[in-house]
Write a protein that binds this ligand. Structure first.
Ligand code: NAD
Length: 393
């Protein structure tokens, strides 16, 4: 296996980026770790733990705990296409570690290939890149590092709401382009105060968004399958909506904070978007596939939706010609809200904890488990498959 990869030249270009130095050890369990490339930043900054170069601190952890004979670590960013490193290593992998920012989609075909797979760990939050239904059938445990980056995302949401409502991106572009057209910017700039802002889901992130927005003196709204405590609703002065339709009809700004699973896939389709207030905004840092790509572009182009922001796309990485890159009035970023340096330290430690527990046969923290013993155990998800279509770019 390794010799094939060597033949393909993965090691010859940069030994640290494609295959880790543990690739040739004889550990009992192969751990496939799929991460984004660190490039120059990742080589210089050891705190960028989520990149191939720094491998979530796993190399040092293996050394410190003398686990070289038990774990064979294969670290790669090469995850797309039939001959990628991830596909080649999957048949021998007992564990796959991946992350939402650079997801290794574990669809039915890949799970069928990964005959020895026992555990998939998400370095971060959001395990929709795994076919949960297939994982249940095979008894594969799916764990994520719940809570690790929820503040990081909530802050990004507030930033992007303000960027849209205050028309920040075109104003910034004027400065860079040597322009000074105040009316041109003021034409679409508002205060957030007094606007109706609603979140789809008030879980860990959605709740933190509500808490951060309260001092802006806005009218807060939410929709979730599960209602917040009455005392919390009162403290936040937030209105509950029993359906997403009711929520979108009431709000000037919608922020999406639910997981991607069969109930939420393409939730924001043509029909729901048409029920939103004319001139409203959407900020989606949850998952790209919760919004129908082309329905959104149409709604922006027809001026029904005033602006769109977020950091999530489908599939990831987004194709260079993804229409959200070039549609009008957006404030999109690449997927990085949950991978601030602050967040990386937390989820890297969580990944090492989960791997260590698995190796020692110890129980995992309950809140980290998404699928366990053949069942979806997180109430935020339903059994199903949200990985379809990931290979399109
Ligand atoms: P959480 O589990 O704490 O909360 C999720 C909430 O969604 C729950 O309250 C649940 O009841 C609700 N929900 C699920 N299905 C629903 C449905 N059909 N309708 C309404 N509500 C529904 O999760 P969290 O930590 O708040 O994270 C939420 C999501 O945000 C993650 O699953 C992930 O997709 C995304 N996320 C993105 C980033 C990023 O970097 N952009 C980072 C972390 C998480």
């Amino acid at each position: 296996m390794l010799s094939n990869i060597l033949k393909k030249g993965f090691l010859s270009t940069n030994p640290l980026t494609s295959i880790s130095r543990y690739a040739s050890t004889s550990g009992q369990h192969t751990v496939l770790v799929v991460l984004y490339e660190g490039g120059e930043a990742g080589q210089k900054n050891k705190n960028i733990l989520g990149c191939v170069e720094n491998a979530l601190g796993l190399r040092e952890w293996i050394k410190q705990n003398k686990l070289q004979d038990r774990l064979k670590l294969v670290v790669t960013s090469d995850k797309q296409g039939e001959n990628c490193v991830a596909e080649q290593i999957l048949p021998e992998a007992s564990v796959v570690i991946s992350q939402p920012f650079w997801p290794c989609y574990l669809d039915q075909a890949r799970i069928d290939k990964a005959k020895k797979l026992q555990l998939a760990i998400t370095a971060g939050v959001g395990s929709d890149h795994v076919n949960l239904e297939a994982a249940c059938k095979r008894g594969i445990t799916i764990a994520e590092i719940t809570g690790s980056n929820v503040v990081s995302v909530a802050e990004h949401v507030v930033m992007q709401i303000l960027a849209l409502v205050r028309n920040f991106i075109p104003a910034y572009k004027q400065v860079v382009n040597g322009e000074w057209d105040i009316a041109g910017i003021a034409d679409k700039a508002y205060d957030l105060e007094n606007k109706h802002v609603g979140t789809v889901a008030a879980g860990r992130i959605g709740l933190r968004v509500l808490q951060r927005l309260k001092p802006f003196d806005v009218h807060l709204h939410y929709y979730d399958k599960f209602r917040l405590d009455k005392s919390l609703e009162k403290e936040l002065n937030v209105t509950y909506h029993p359906s997403v339709e009711s929520l979108v009809k009431a709000c000037d700004v919608i922020t999406i904070n639910c997981p991607l699973h069969p109930e939420t896939e393409h939730m924001f389709n043509k029909k729901l978007i048409s029920q939103m207030k004319k001139g409203s905004y959407i900020v989606n840092t949850a998952r790209g596939k919760i919004v129908d790509r082309d329905a959104l572009v149409d709604a922006i182009k027809s001026n029904h939706i005033e602006g769109y922001a977020g950091d999530v796309w489908y599939p990831q990485p987004a194709a260079p010609d993804h229409p959200w890159r070039s549609m009008p009035r957006h404030a999109m970023t690449p997927h990085y809200s949950g991978t601030t340096l602050s967040a990386q330290a937390r989820y890297a430690a969580g990944v090492r904890e989960v791997l260590g527990n698995w190796l020692d046969g110890k129980p995992q923290r309950e809140e980290y488990l998404i699928v366990d013993k053949g069942k979806v155990v997180s109430r935020a998800y339903t059994e199903g498959d949200a990985t379809k279509g990931h290979a399109q770019n």
